[in-house]
Design a protein around this ligand. Sequence first.
Ligand code: NAD
Length: 355
Amino acid sequence: MSNKMSDKAIKFTYLSQEELVEAGAFNMKMAIKALQQGLLKFKENRIIFPDKIVQIFNEETQERINCLPATLLDEKICGVKWVSCFPPNPVRFGTQNLSAIIILSNIINGYPICVMDGTLCSNMRVAAMGAAAADKLARKDVESIGFIGAGEQAKMHLIGMKSVRPCLKICKVASKYHAEEDNFISSLQKILPDMKFVACDTVMEKAIYDSDIIVTATSAQAPLLKADWIKNGAFYSHIGGWEDEYKVVQMADKIICDDWNTVKHRTQTVSRCYKDGIIKDEDIYGNIVDILDGTKPGRENDNEFIYFDAVGLAYVDVSIAYAMYKHAVNQGFGKELALQEDMIFDKDLEGKIVL
Ligand SMILES: NC(=O)c1ccc[n+]([C@@H]2O[C@H](COP(=O)([O-])OP(=O)(O)OC[C@H]3O[C@@H](n4cnc5c(N)ncnc54)[C@H](O)[C@@H]3O)[C@@H](O)[C@H]2O)c1
């Protein structure tokens, strides 16, 4: 086989998570900017966003692999995230719940341009969404943040929140297991040395009491967060499925989603409230893009309790992945790999085909 590639070669850049980090693509401000652009482009109908494909392997544990495509028409980029969610992983194997791979193709000739780790991008996307919302909806003078759940999304969410609210000083964390709280703190303390961390020893009320920002990021399906614990003027970022009692939804002054039409068909607490007739479409204040583009005001006073629910939008993953890819390649990172060096029948196939 010749080492020389023909002009029929199809090549793409491969980017591992380590290369993305080394390239400086773990950049929360860059992710938030790409997310905002993605949301605005979707509102302008410049994005193709098909339904995701879900394959569930265990109804009880919700172990699943999802396929989430989207196309950025103006950027001429079509991407797909292939993401697994295996909630028992941390306890069963001591490994992470989610893992993802992303493929980006151009829509000029349809060829792939990049295959990259998608776990970093996916987790950054979740945090960037919460952070973009907090930027508009959390009080400006927040000091404390409380977490229920201490896993990968929770860790990334703290990075996102600190990026838009550097004034955050205290972080309290409660999880199912004390060891997870310790792990959360030891991972983040060195990254955010100006922050005071408090492990709440699985007592959720302690993490939430007096917190200006509340985050639930659990793999539970239970009403863990109680309305009575929530401080006046708090901003709440809900990440998992069913994590709070209905009263939390009912007491919100504003409920804002990444995309209500998507959220209402899922199994989040607000989706459950909707299906159970506790809230109606008109109880949703809007989508975050309506606040970003100034269609609706965000926080209007210091006393509002604002509830933000995001389920994830694949075009945002693709928008962030494309920004990370461009950044990494500009910094000289990534391996160029050949998918094919020549077209099938231009190769020397003699004696190599089995009929
Ligand atoms: N909204 C989105 O866009 C989005 C994106 C990705 C993941 N998620 C969801 O976020 C959640 C967290 O994901 P992760 O990757 O951080 O998972 P993870 O397994 O790393 O962490 C889950 C955390 O939840 C805690 N937990 C589970 N049951 C609990 C209980 N009964 N009480 C208190 N804590 C409990 C665990 O102890 C752990 O700390 C999952 O439900 C996942 O599906 C949402």
